[in-house]
Write a protein of this length. Structure first.
Length: 196
């Protein structure tokens, strides 16, 4: 569309019904107890393209609770559009872009009921399951230790070894093993062998 000055109108949204059904499928499977990694593997096995045409991964589905990322945390699916939840800063040492949460008072929330694709009951069940996972003893213990602040030891072959079947990098699996990251995380490769 063009506006009165013949400039393109930006920010318009409409529901893509095929993609909305995939989103509802993810919610339905999650509330029945299926893990995000298993959901991602099944979507990839069914040859359903993920966001931006990439394969599905568990993080695409579960996202990050505080940042509100991932399919299961996206409030647009219940008709709430959030702006300014986070900002990005550049790490001066690594040059990487880092996400930082803005205070909740800075968030801009707009009701867009015509963009709702997930009903309240389905949303609440998914949020309840996410909450119970977050408060489970194993996850609570991991958060208490702040495992993400401890840098993992680099292995001799980190970043150098790749799968002979699909070319994906090999990832650490257990203490002394490497496996194909695409097979383990996405299910897009059939190479399930582990190398010591």
């Amino acid at each position: 569309e063009l506006d009165a000055r013949c400039e393109p109108v930006q920010g318009g949204r409409r529901i893509n019904e095929a993609e909305a059904e995939i989103t509802r499928r993810i919610f339905r499977e999650f509330i029945t107890g299926k893990a995000p990694r298993a959901i991602a593997r099944d979507l990839n096995a069914d040859r359903i393209a993920g966001p931006r045409g990439r394969p599905w991964s568990d993080t695409t589905i579960r996202g990050h609770t505080l940042r509100g990322t991932g399919i299961l945390h996206n409030e647009l699916y219940i008709g709430r559009l959030l702006w300014n939840r986070q900002r990005y800063v550049k790490d001066p040492e690594s040059g990487r872009r880092l996400a930082r949460l803005n205070p909740e008072s800075a968030w801009l929330i707009t009701a867009v009921p015509d963009l709702r694709i997930v009903d309240d009951a389905l949303w609440q069940q998914a949020q309840a399951r996410l909450g119970s996972i977050r408060e489970s003893p194993r996850v609570a213990k991991g958060r208490a230790t702040e495992f993400w602040t401890h840098r993992r030891a680099r292995h001799l072959l980190t970043g150098l070894a790749h799968c002979g079947v699909c070319g994906a990098p090999l990832a650490a699996s257990g203490k002394d093993y490497l496996t194909c990251a695409a097979a383990r995380r996405r299910g897009t490769c059939h190479n399930n062998r582990s190398l010591r």
